[in-house]
Design a protein around this ligand. Sequence first.
Ligand code: PLP
Length: 426
Amino acid sequence: MNVSLPYPTEAAHWEDESHLPGHEEIFVASATGSWLTTADGRRLLDAASGHSCVNLGYANAELIEAAAQSYRTLAYCSPEHRNRPVTELAATLNALLGGGYRIRYGATGGGANELAVEIARRYWRHRGLPAKRKILALDRAYHGSTGAASFASGPGILQSPHVDRSAEFLHIAGARDTGAGTSRDLATLRQGIEAQIAAAGADTIAAIIVEPVAFAGGVIVPPRGFLAMVAELARAHGILLIVDEVITGFGRSGRWFGFQHEESVRPDIVTMGKGITSAYFPLSATAVSTAIYETFLTPGNAMNKVITMAGHPVGCDMALTVIAIMQRDGLVERVRSNERAQLSRLLTLHGLPHLREVRGLGHMWGLEFDAAEQAVEVAARCLAADVLVLRADNLIRINPPLTATDDEIGLLVDTLTAAVRGACAA
Ligand SMILES: Cc1ncc(COP(=O)(O)O)c(C=O)c1O
């Protein structure tokens, strides 16, 4: 449909700097499956699933049909009323999490984390401990770009140095210093958290927020037992554990949720977004344990918060369809087999000059180089071969759709391998 305007049009969209090598601009005209088509007709394999969210690929006919049906049935519903998709999705998410949670919706991953922080602080206020407000987070975490979610994000991770920060958010060293190229083991990580708790005082800390794998921060896969260790320390010190599953949720790590790699871990709060609808609708969710939820049921403590678009019935229907497709097609298992059969081939690159480390889990893989220069070169070589990978600083990250075919995953691994060999030999 053409819009007719009274004045000549001028460029008006706020353009951000491109992260592509050489800052090429890509104008995407359409997309199908794992492939983008640019305005000039080029086809690019999208190894980033959009922004780590198009889990089921583009132009998925079942999702489009489910959306159309849902719009015809109930195009919107006030958050003050009940409706089938919101209640059914809440019950489904709770079951996937292992039970014992209540779900509150939002529209963005950052919003889900902001809500988690607010709930954690209000929970302690309900319990007569209003001083428990501080939030511990990891130095290379990314939790979103709005309010509390941006404060929780590590300084400098996908952020300008000019954004506001808050003294109530304290950052602890995570499993990898991607600048220095050094890793921290479980004992060192534990000492870091204990030292921060001791310095701030557990009576001032509301929660600790962690990602099972810090994807934006450099695909930092913590040592096995990390989440269980954080959960144990949190419980011992009366601190809530918030697990941010905005990227790792919905199969990307090879489990429904990343925290489920460690059987004993039961987070107090779990946040989700992105792949929940495979990006076909902006929807997020914050799951809170029933014990926390119940404190909001006591007189005077009701949440009393409305977000007009949160829990949109069409978004919830899309999420239900995504989950049903994932179950029917065994996509979580498929991620695990892709990891074993194809993506782990990237590990054979270890030892090349300038390539410091290859690491990953499920569909999330990262390559860390000595300098940004090599990462830029690798991304450029991939792009020249029509494969779009993510590059930031000295890191390359990939995160292909869960529905990518064997051939597409093979093409991605082969292209990346050739690009790294070329760039590291140069
Ligand atoms: C782990 C994590 N949490 C939260 C967010 C923020 O999600 P959104 O961009 O939908 O606000 C992101 C986005 O990349 C993320 O990776």
